[in-house]
Design a protein around this ligand. Structure first.
Ligand code: ZN
Length: 157
């Protein structure tokens, strides 16, 4: 297993409560320009959808591992030893998403002992990504989740 030193949390910067899937993110990143960004791989290892489903987009297994420098998005300059987790939405997330984020971050922490958890914006002050302070979330999860809880999901009707 490659060395992973950071778990970096992102948001998709999609309208809060609007349903998008990991598949959508994959298209946005890898479809040829101008429809997509034309990247070789998705920019996140996992996407957490509104219903709490976490879908892997980039493999972490050694035999199928994509070299982190091939990750075009992520956090520039920090991709070689980071795992990227993206929440659909901007700054309000469902209870299911918060639950999954907890579980996924804990699982990744066990898998990569010593990895520290960050928000993308810690590495790029020009970004708001994700729409909450990850270091505060780590120390006061209940408060941050309450402040950034999405209570209604728009359906298509
Ligand atoms: Zn980001």
């Amino acid at each position: 297993m490659r060395e992973i030193n950071r778990i970096i949390v992102h948001c998709a910067a999609t309208p809060n409560g609007q349903v998008f899937t990991a598949e959508d993110v994959l298209h946005w990143h890898t479809d040829p320009k101008p429809r997509g960004r034309g990247w070789k791989h998705a920019g996140y290892h996992f996407v957490i959808e509104l219903d709490g489903k976490a879908s892997p987009l980039v493999a972490l297994d050694d035999d199928r591992f994509i070299e982190p420098w091939e990750i075009a998005n992520g956090a520039k300059g920090y991709n070689q030893d980071s795992v990227h987790v993206c929440l659909i939405g901007t700054d309000r997330f469902t209870e299911a998403q918060w639950d999954t984020l907890h579980r996924l971050v804990a699982d990744l922490g066990l898998r990569f002992p010593g990895a520290t958890v960050h928000g993308h914006r810690e590495f790029n002050p020009h970004k708001i990504c994700p729409g909450f302070d990850v270091s505060l979330w780590l120390t006061e999860p209940a408060r941050i989740e309450r402040e950034h809880l999405l209570d209604s999901v728009e359906d298509d009707g």
